[in-house]
Write a protein that binds this ligand. Sequence first.
Ligand SMILES: Nc1ncnc2c1ncn2[C@@H]1O[C@H](COP(=O)(O)OP(=O)(O)O)[C@@H](O)[C@H]1O
Ligand SMILES: Cc1ncc(C[n+]2csc(CCOP(=O)(O)OP(=O)(O)O)c2C)c(N)n1
Ligand SMILES: [Mg+2]
Length: 344
Amino acid sequence: MTDPTLRVRDLDETELLARIVPLLPSGEGIDVGPGDDAAVVRAADGRFVVTTDVLVERRHFRREWSTGYDVGHRAAVQNLADVAAMGARPTSMVVSLVMPDDLPVQWVTDFARGLADAAPPAVVVGGDLSGGDVVMVSVTVHGDLEGRAPVLRSGARPGDVLAHAGTLGASAAGLDLLTSGAASPDDGAPGVSNARSPFVAAFLRPDSPVAAGPAAARAGATAMLDVSDGLLRDAGRLALASGTDLDLSEGALMLDVTALVPAAVEVAMATDDPDGAGRARTWVLSGGEDHGLLATFPAEVADRGLPDGFRVIGDVRTPGAAGPRVLLDGEEPEAATGWDHFRP
Ligand SMILES: Nc1ncnc2c1ncn2[C@@H]1O[C@H](COP(=O)(O)OP(=O)(O)O)[C@@H](O)[C@H]1O
Ligand SMILES: Cc1ncc(C[n+]2csc(CCOP(=O)(O)OP(=O)(O)O)c2C)c(N)n1
Ligand SMILES: [Mg+2]
């Protein structure tokens, strides 16, 4: 265990890297890993998938709530989900970390451990360190299409089924539990938080069904994306790209809503809100950061059986005069809200 009083400013960059790099996952297919000016990674397919996302302190996480381990885990998962949503297998990632100089070194090594636990099947081949006023993480992940066509957002066709793999609303429930003060994350072991509430855990360390992405592609998924900003908002993006309507079934989402009712009641009690249970439905429809996979499949594929983890939550329809949009049991939802960085 690192001395908890040791700060990033007590070490130089080389010493800090010497503590981080041995913790990172390495593996096959890498000709040059961390330590040179750049990495060299083999790309068997002749193409590679690449995606990047940032996490910014106070915008995506708070250090009072998230340990370094949590942030490392989340940074990996958020990016792996984007590769999976193309139908690809994640292979390698580069990770950049900006941090204030009073950040404990233990936070940084916990970050590396969280990253290492969530990254597989991807390995870490490099990154960058810099000082800054807040903690900021940028991850770029590469993926292997294994000879298949990528699964785009634009391929849904009327008659396809709409399916989802992963959880819906649990992360948003966890965020509201923490924001309202109904739950606290500090009941875990130091370093690796061990939140007692499964919802808080879902928020701090989301779990994306990464292997379901390539499985969906192999099964013939026509379109796919990961749900980061909320089901209605992200489904709207898929509908627009495909030029179709997507009709969600309220009944198919009932179990997701029911699972969140205990959390909704806790938040309602903490905030004196009489419409407590209504929150559960809002979390399912508009909560983000669960990083489940939303995909469309031809009806024949659904008849034969969808890949593991996927279940039908709606269908794809010819758009009406209003243009491509998302419906709930055939009706326009009251408010298609979700996360937007510039118009919250
Ligand atoms: N600064 C940027 N420069 C170029 N392309 C960008 C930039 N920011 C976002 N994009 C692209 O816009 C699309 C949507 O981004 P985003 O909403 O972050 O996707 P996701 O939710 O999958 O992470 C992606 O294809 C992304 O690569
Ligand atoms: C402290 C804090 N407040 C609010 C949120 C909620 N939140 C922040 S970003 C976001 C949406 C997903 O992030 P984004 O950067 O849009 O990811 P992308 O769509 O690019 O994958 C949500 C729901 C949070 N995670 N942490
Ligand atoms: Mg993004």
